[in-house]
Structure formats: C-alpha cells, structure tokens
Design a binder for this molecule. Structure first.
Ligand SMILES: NC(=O)c1ccc[n+]([C@@H]2O[C@H](COP(=O)([O-])OP(=O)(O)OC[C@H]3O[C@@H](n4cnc5c(N)ncnc54)[C@H](O)[C@@H]3O)[C@@H](O)[C@H]2O)c1
Length: 253
C-alpha cells in the first residue's frame, strides 16, 4: 500500500494498556498510527512494536485536555503521517472517591481528560475527516457509565461520552464520518492494577474475584477492546454509527 492510500489513525493514551493494544491492532490493519500520550518518550515501546512489524507510527507527546497542545499535535500528525481520518479517544484517568470525600480538583481532572480531551481532539481532527469525506471516531466509555460506587466523576464522564458520541454521529454523518463508543468492562491494565492497590488487594486476587462475576469467567485483555475498535474504525462499518458496544464478557444490568 502506498503511503498516500494509507489511512492515518490517531490513538490517545496509547503508551500502554488499551490504547497501546489498539495502536498495534490498527497498524496491523494497515493504518499509519499516531501514538499520543502525555510523555512522548513513553510512547516509544508502542511505536517500536508497530515499526518492528513493518508499520508506520510516530510518538506524539500531548495532554489531550490542553487546547494548544492538541492543535499542535494534530498539525504535526498531518504533516508527518498524513491527514488523520481515524480517531480513538482513549486517554483516561481515575480519581475515585465517595461523593462526600471527592475533591473538586478530582472531579475537574476526570472531566477534563475524558470529556474536554475528547472534544478538543475530535474538533481538531474532524477538519481532516470532512475534507476526506471519510472519518471514524471511537470514544472509550465504560461499564461505569451505568453507575459505579466511588466513581461519580468517572461514571458521569463516561455516560457523557455516550451522548457526545451520538451527537457526533448525527452532526457528522453527512460527511462520511461515523462515531461509536466502546464501553469496556474489567480490563487488565495499569488502571485496574491501581484500583486493586487502592482497595488493598493483590492484582491476581483482584482479577480472580472480578472473573467470578463475569459470565465468560475471565477478565478482559486490552486486545479484546482493540478488536472491537478495529471493527468500528474499518471501512466496512460505514453504516454503524452512534452505537455503544459494551465489551464486558457478558451483558450488564
Ligand atoms: N481498564 C479498564 O478496566 C477500563 C474499563 C473501562 C474503560 N476504560 C477506559 O479505557 C481507556 C484506557 O484505559 P486503560 O485501562 O488502558 O488505562 P491506563 O491507565 O493503562 O492508560 C491510560 C493512558 O492514558 C494516558 N493519559 C492520561 N491522561 C492523559 C492526557 N491528559 N493526555 C494524554 N494521555 C493521557 C496515560 O498516560 C496512560 O498511558 C480509558 O479511557 C479508560 O477510562 C478502561
């Protein structure tokens, strides 16, 4: 495939976890991939995995909640890889606490990374999608969107991303752009490892306990989510838009 035919994908929070697995998976689908995370150096492993397999990728350091950094990152991606037409808004943080103990700054941080970040990234990338008459946006929601004790900030942000997704689908559909949301259940990453530490459990015990509550009797791996994202970002998914897919090893209440 010549580089001019190659679609360019942007994956945020792709230094590790679900974002890293998604970047690698999209590269295996033939995409050139911009690997965005807070620290450019931390993106090196993901980029090396892609280039070692013969793909094209660049590491980009940016805080998705910072407008100027997002603008600069997208301009650099368009210059170095080509116009981006696939965007995966995956960057995320947890600041869990019960409502009465939650600080305003923990509320704001979660809103800024998930909601402001997805808004800024999508706004910056959609220009390229509209020009190309093609685009695929995937926003990472969560099973927590349905409500989860200790996550009033995170569940509000993840439910917010579902509304954001549906509105994008309605506004941008006429330009050949689809928007969908993937809502993971329990996935084994640094994020869930931190939660295990917070509740004072070893990660293996924490995963084993979670698995007993999941119909398929295991926790998810980042690749399980990357597989769903690969479907939504593919050329064949052009009639699937505004959907939320729970990828959680079973149905949720
Ligand atoms: N792990 C799970 O069980 C799970 C479940 C549901 C949803 N999710 C969602 O999936 C996404 C990925 O989660 P993960 O488990 O891979 O998490 P992770 O903590 O392993 O990785 C998140 C990445 O996002 C980056 N990041 C954080 N803030 C950023 C910012 N402002 N700008 C740029 N990058 C930033 C981090 O540096 C990190 O590399 C998140 O949106 C998360 O909320 C995860």
């Amino acid at each position: 495939m010549s580089t001019t035919d190659q679609r360019v994908a942007v994956v945020t929070g792709a230094a590790r976890g679900i974002g890293a697995a998604t970047a690698v998976r999209l590269a295996a689908e033939g995409r050139a991939v911009a690997v965005i995370d807070l620290d450019e150096a931390a993106c090196k492993d993901t980029v090396e995995k892609i280039t070692a397999a013969g793909g094209r990728a660049i590491a980009v350091g940016a805080d998705v909640s910072d407008e100027a950094q997002v603008e600069a990152a997208v301009a650099r991606i368009a210059e170095e890889l080509g116009a981006p037409t696939i965007l995966v808004n995956n960057a995320g943080v947890l600041r869990d606490n019960l409502l009465f103990k939650m600080s305003v700054s923990d509320w704001d941080t979660v809103m800024n990374v998930h909601l402001r970040g997805s808004f800024l990234m999508t706004k910056a990338v959609q220009k390229h999608m509209v020009d190309a008459g093609f685009g695929r946006v995937v926003n990472l929601s969560s099973s927590s969107a349905l409500g989860n004790r200790g996550q009033v900030n995170y569940s509000a942000a993840k439910a917010g991303l579902q509304g954001f997704t549906k509105t994008l689908a309605k506004e941008l559909g006429k330009f050949g752009i689809t928007a969908n949301s993937v809502a993971p259940g329990f996935i084994a990453t640094e994020m869930t490892k931190t939660t295990a530490e917070r509740v004072g459990m070893g990660f293996e015990d924490f995963k084993a306990a979670a698995a007993t509550q999941i119909p398929v009797q295991r926790v998810g791996e980042p690749e399980d989510i990357a597989n769903a994202i690969a479907f939504f970002t593919g050329d064949a998914a052009g009639f699937v838009s505004g959907q939320v897919l729970y990828v959680a090893g079973g149905p949720l209440d």
